[in-house]
Every structure is written in structure tokens, then in C-alpha cells.
Design a protein around this ligand. Structure first.
Ligand code: GCO
Ligand code: MN
Ligand code: MN
Length: 399
């Protein structure tokens, strides 16, 4: 008989210090999909807060309409927000991030900030300002913008360059609004290649990073990369995240699981592509060196349609535990003397002053340098061994 691990002594049990967050829409997802109805009853926002806190989460995020229904009166809004705040206080949960739903209502069928109808673009800005106010009231310092409907099927409907300009001017407008209100809030842009639109503008984190560099207030805008979205585009999540970190632009992150070439699955973190998840956690935690990510660790995922409410919280626990287990595995990997020797042997950290900084003299010296090209090319790099060590750490055989 295998003795079960006592939760009290299980170091992988999540705690508030781990900074794990979930969206109201993630654990609250009732399992509706394009082919079938909801499989679970709706949970109220205060109930979600209570259950997340019991699981060891740190915070909860929301779209405006996850909490306040579209078109609610001011009185209704204040009552709902008041009850939510009371639950947050009672269960010691925070709201690190807020966002806006610019995709559910039919008015957004042609997009929001990039829609052709100027009335739709104006309404989208109005709705976003109200969602920013709500986020600020709840203490959120990150505001995510995911342009789910900012895209096309009939591409001839607008010049895609016009879409870029419209998106830029909406972002510039919103940055000015946040400055004007003196909110302590920064934006995090989330890319996705497609779904629900045939093609969504700014398909990847890389596209977003460039757009940010063209804004009037780039210091207020970063990115929110999502595992599922980069994977759908066939890209390496870790590379996109690394580029964002290196640029000081990783303001938020959406962790989940995804098989390549599928619809947006939003699966439990680490349940697909475990190696990719390991490399991502290793990067975020800085176990190989370099700065680590210190923002909230948000799971934008939902439970399988097979689950009832308890299954949803098994799912939530699973996301958090897998993250912590991967963190421990990554630490073990980067502590392993054989791993360190293999990386050092390949000169990963060796600097050649000639390559560090351009000078005319340096360029002349480099042009005259003689290289033993065949000898250099003959060296085996032992990356097979390095990668196998990674796999063995991942499978718990070392460390
Ligand atoms: C999706 C997205 C959303 C966003 C959310 C926050 O594919 O549906 O990932 O879940 O993250 O709308 O803006
Ligand atoms: Mn998604
Ligand atoms: Mn997301």
C-alpha cells in the first residue's frame, strides 16, 4: 500500500505567498462550448472567492461583465461590487488584474477598437474606461487588453494598416485616461492568432511588443503572453516570454496547457507539453540565473467539461501544484553539477570583449583573425546528454 502524503507536510500545497491567481471566468466556466450547453451551475463571485481562498490562491481577476452584468444600473453595480469586496476582505484575496469584455455583445461583431463603425469604437472606449474605473476601485494595478474580436474573416473590409492605426490610437487614448485619473495602473496586451475571428490582428506577443514601441506612452504598456495562444501559432512560449522579460515588458502572464494545431483548449497548466511548461517555469523563476518574474501567476484555463464543481477546484489545485513541482524540478536541474558543467563547457557564459562592443579597431582585428573552422565545427556539443538530464529531472529521477 502506498502511504498518501499528508497535506500538512506537502511542500507543493499552494499558499498565498506563491502569488497564484485565477479569473472569475476560469473557475466559473460552466463548460458551455460551441456544440453543447453548460454542464455545471453558475457560481456567484463571492462563492468563487471563498473556494479559491480555500485552495491557497492569492488573487482573483475579472472582466467587467464577469461581475457586473452588461447594462446593469448604477445601484445594482454598487451592490454587486460591495458584496464582492466584502468577500475579498473576508477571505484575504486580492484583485491584481482587471480586464474588459469587448467580445460577447453583438455590438462587437466587427471588432471593438478596430471596428469600421466609429460608434462601435467610441462605445468600446467608453466601456473600457468604465472597466478601468472598476479595476481601480478593486485595487488592480494591471489592466489586460485581449482583442478577441479585433480581426477579420472578410479581409477586404478594411486596410489592415488602418487596423494598426486604430489600435494604436485607442491605446494612446487609454494611457492618457489612466494618467489623467492618476491611477496606478499599467496595461498588458494579450495576443492570439485566431478564434473567435478567422485572423486576429497582432497575432503574437512579438507583434504586440513592436506595437508597444510605437505608442505615445510605451512605459505604461507591456504584454500578457498566454501558453495556449503562442502554442496555437506554433511558437515557443518560453521564447516569447523571454523576449518580453528582456525588454522589461512582462507585466502579466496567462498560464495554461494546449496541444499544437487545435482550437484554444485552455487546459490545466502543465497537462500538455510538460517540457515546454518546465522551460517556462525555469525562465519565470530565474533558476538558471537572470532576473525572475515577480508579478502574479495567473491561470487562464478551465476544467474539463466532465467536471462538477468539486472537479473545478481539483483542476485549480492541479494548476498550482504542477507549477510548484516544476519550480522544484527546475531548481534541481540548475543545481545539478553535471548540468552546470555541460553548460559551462559550451562557453555559454564566456565573453569575448571584441564581440561585446563595436570599435573600428576591433572590427579590423576581427577581420584578420584566423579561425580553425574545421576543428571548431568538429566539436560535439553534448546537447543530447543535456536534454536527457532535463528529461530525467522532469521525471523525478534526479535532484
Ligand atoms: C481567450 C483569452 C481570454 C483572455 C481574457 C482576458 O482565449 O478567451 O485567453 O481568456 O485572457 O479575456 O482579457
Ligand atoms: Mn485562451
Ligand atoms: Mn488569456
Amino acid at each position: 500500500m502506498t502511504p498518501s502524503i499528508s497535506p500538512a507536510f506537502d511542500r507543493f500545497e499552494p499558499t498565498r505567498e506563491d502569488r497564484f491567481t485565477f479569473g472569475l471566468w476560469t473557475v466559473g466556466n460552466p463548460g458551455r462550448d460551441p456544440f453543447g450547453e453548460a454542464v455545471r451551475p453558475a457560481q456567484s463571485a463571492p462563492h468563487i472567492v471563498e473556494r479559491l481562498a480555500a485552495c491557497g490562491a492569492y488573487g482573483v481577476n475579472l472582466h467587467d461583465n464577469d461581475l457586473v452584468p452588461f447594462g446593469a444600473s448604477a445601484r445594482e453595480r454598487d451592490r454587486i461590487v460591495g458584496e464582492f469586496k466584502a468577500a475579498l476582505e473576508k477571505h484575504h484575496l486580492v484583485v491584481p488584474m482587471a480586464t474588459v469584455n469587448l467580445f460577447s455583445h453583438p455590438i462587437f461583431k466587427d471588432g471593438a477598437f478596430t471596428a469600421n463603425d466609429p460608434q462601435v469604437r467610441a462605445f468600446a472606449l467608453q466601456k473600457t474606461m468604465q472597466a478601468i474605473d472598476l479595476g481601480a476601485e478593486l485595487g488592480a494595478e494591471i489592466f489586460v487588453l485581449w482583442g478577441g474580436r479585433e480581426g477579420v474573416e472578410a479581409d477586404a473590409c478594411r486596410d489592415p494598416r488602418v487596423a494598426v492605426k486604430r489600435m494604436r490610437s485607442a491605446l494612446d487614448f487609454l494611457c492618457e485616461y489612466v494618467r489623467d485619473q492618476r491611477y496606478r495602473m499599467r496595461f498588458a496586451l494579450e495576443a492570439k492568432p485566431n478564434e473567435p475571428r478567422g485572423d486576429i490582428y497582432f497575432a503574437t506577443t512579438g507583434h504586440m511588443l513592436h506595437l508597444i514601441s510605437t505608442l505615445a506612452h510605451p512605459e505604461l504598456v507591456g504584454v500578457n503572453p498566454e501558453v495556449a495562444h503562442e502554442t496555437m501559432a506554433g511558437l515557443s512560449m518560453a521564447h516569447g516570454v523571454a523576449q518580453a522579460m528582456e525588454a522589461g515588458k512582462l507585466y502579466h502572464i496567462d498560464l495554461n496547457g494546449q496541444k499544437i494545431g487545435r482550437y484554444d483548449q485552455d487546459l490545466r497548466f502543465g497537462s500538455e507539453d510538460l517540457k515546454g511548461a518546465f522551460l517556462l517555469v525555469r525562465l519565470l523563476e530565474g533558476t538558471a540565473g537572470g532576473a525572475s518574474y515577480t508579478g502574479p501567476l495567473h491561470f487562464d484555463a478551465h476544467a474539463y467539461r466532465t467536471e462538477d464543481e468539486d472537479g473545478v477546484y481539483d483542476f485549480a489545485k492541479g494548476c498550482m501544484r504542477t507549477y510548484k513541482i516544476l519550480k522544484a524540478r527546475a531548481e534541481g536541474f540548475d543545481r545539478d553539477p553535471e548540468v552546470r558543467a555541460l553548460i559551462a563547457e559550451r562557453g555559454d557564459a564566456v565573453l569575448d570583449p571584441l564581440l561585446e562592443r563595436y570599435s573600428s579597431q576591433g572590427a579590423r582585428t576581427l577581420k584578420e583573425r584566423r579561425f580553425e573552422v574545421d576543428a571548431i565545427a568538429r566539436v560535439g556539443l553534448r546537447y543530447e546528454r543535456l536534454d536527457q538530464l532535463l528529461i530525467e529531472h522532469l521525471m523525478g529521477l534526479r535532484g
